[in-house]
Design a protein around this ligand. Structure first.
Ligand SMILES: [Ca+2]
Ligand SMILES: [Ca+2]
Length: 103
């Protein structure tokens, strides 16, 4: 029993060493939590809920030209980018609709 515990710990040792050598890389991969700034992801008009008004605003942003999109506030971009993938597109529109529908 003791021998198998020692073998188990020996097998874990390389994994632990790797974890100790990679703290900066692991920290860099952590995405900022959208909820620290945006209370309700998808709530682009800041009224505390995701509804058809937010969905229309996100769709209008998606369909707008680049110059118009560039006028969007930082808050809007963060709230509208529900999946946090650096772009506001159809996936975010679908996500907003799903939030609205409670799915
Ligand atoms: Ca709203
Ligand atoms: Ca997105």
């Amino acid at each position: 029993m003791k021998k198998s515990l020692i073998l188990f710990l020996a097998a874990l040792a390389p994994l632990c060493a790797w974890a100790d050598e990679q703290p900066a890389a692991a920290a860099a991969e952590v995405k900022p939590d959208i909820t620290t700034i945006v209370e309700v992801p998808g709530d682009v008009n800041k009224d505390g809920k995701v509804d058809i008004d937010d969905i229309v605003l996100i769709i209008n942003h998606y369909l707008a030209d680049e110059a118009t999109q560039a006028e969007a506030t930082a808050y809007f971009r963060l709230a509208a980018n529900i999946n946090q993938d650096k772009k506001i597109d159809i996936d975010d529109i679908v996500a907003a609709i799903n939030i609205y529908l409670g799915k």
